[in-house]
Design a protein around this ligand. Structure first.
Ligand code: NAP
Length: 336
């Protein structure tokens, strides 16, 4: 499949299909990323929180050494984790990502969540990459409360802007993740550099019509995560995920898939997103599924029909699988 690109508002571009790195099997993640590059994936969607930044760097180095790809062809992504929002912590956090990757620039940094947690030092080997708690809390067994610190989002953004340049910066593109419209609009009122891209949960249960439309109106690209809906969260024993019909097995999606030669539910779910000019980043530990997820557009030479798109729209029910409201029952107001 030829790589298709989405243009960004700074004249850079991003391939519209990538590999998600969350929950890659730690025993095989280097091979999985290497195989994905071999298949043709160019966007590698990592994050500090996924705990595999070093492995991403190793796989990329090996792929470049083996001449599968050049550095310029790759689009390497990471995300600033919640413990590094304070302006003084942003540059060290980005430098640490680059050191772990063993690269001198990164193609895209997202702010992972608009939630500033209490800081954790990037040099604290025992507690990096950080999770939800500070070392102090962990020592005292105080893991019932996630502590925030008072950092407005625009302060974190300003610190990232200082590291950004679309051609020569150590960060080439900037993004937000898990933000709603009004928060992004507020940032636009004061920022020097407009976000290039927003990454949010999108699948037929949660199509996010208005947020996607608003971003596109404002020339902000959109990446969908968890395109397969509950599947990713079943692995985490989420009761919500287990209680709903898995989109990968959903009868309506199956019926639609049967109309397109060789297509399955996963193909329909990915095609549905890219047809909306949304990038997708499916994750798989399995080489066969990596292949399938990269070549899905071949099964839809004319796209999904309007009739089928309308049928998929009937599945919308607002189910969101990734919501900080539920983290330790902290009731964080991210999506209310
Ligand atoms: N910004 C954020 O807050 C955020 C949140 C969540 C995710 N993300 C990003 O988005 C990426 C994708 O989301 P995700 O990992 O949550 O979920 P996903 O890609 O929607 O689903 C992954 C799940 O689907 C399975 N799978 C993959 N391809 C399949 C296929 N063709 N047929 C059947 N099953 C298949 C995988 O199992 P196998 O591995 O066994 O194939 C895994 O259980 C992440 O890896 C991460 O990079 C970002």
């Amino acid at each position: 499949m030829p790589v298709e690109y989405i243009s960004l508002n700074n004249n850079n571009k991003i391939p519209n299909v990538g590999l998600g790195l969350w929950k890659l099997n730690p025993e095989s993640n280097v091979d999985t990323i290497y195989n994905a590059i071999k298949i043709g994936y160019r966007v590698l969607d990592g994050a500090v929180d996924y705990g595999n930044t070093k492995e991403l760097g190793i796989a990329v180095k090996k792929a470049i050494k083996d001449k599968l790809v050049t550095r310029e062809e790759l689009f390497i992504v990471s995300k600033l984790w919640n413990n590094h929002h304070a302006p003084k912590n942003v540059k060290p956090a980005i430098e640490k990502i680059l050191k772990d990757l063993d690269l001198d620039y990164i193609d895209l940094i997202y702010i992972h969540f608009p939630l500033p947690f209490k800081a954790v030092d990037v040099n604290d080997k025992d507690h990096y990459p950080p999770g939800f708690f500070t070392p102090n809390q962990l020592q005292k067994g105080q893991e019932n409360v996630i502590e925030l610190e008072n950092v407005p989002l625009h302060k974190t953004w300003e610190s990232l802007e200082e590291l950004y340049d679309p051609k020569n910066g150590i960060i080439r593109n900037l993004g937000l993740s898990n933000c709603q419209g009004v928060l992004i609009q507020d940032l636009l009122f004061g920022c020097k550099i407009k976000p290039q891209i927003l990454q949010i949960e999108i699948h037929p249960y949660l199509p996010q019509w208005r947020l996607v439309e608003w971003c596109h109106l404002h020339d902000i690209a959109v990446t969908a995560y968890s395109s397969f809906g509950s599947q990713s969260f079943i692995e985490l024993e989420s009761a919500k995920a287990k209680s709903c019909v898995n989109l990968l097995e959903h009868q309506l999606i199956k019926e639609i898939a049967s109309k397109y030669e060789g297509a399955g539910n996963s193909d329909v779910l990915l095609q549905w997103a890219v047809q909306r000019k949304i990038c997708v980043i499916p994750k798989s530990n399995n080489v066969k599924r990596l292949e399938t997820n990269f070549h899905f557009t071949n099964k839809f030479p004319n796209g999904l029909s309007k009739e089928d798109v309308d049928k998929i729209a009937t599945l919308e029910n607002g189910t969101r699988f990734n919501d900080p409201w539920d983290w330790n029952d902290m009731k964080f107001p991210t999506f209310i």
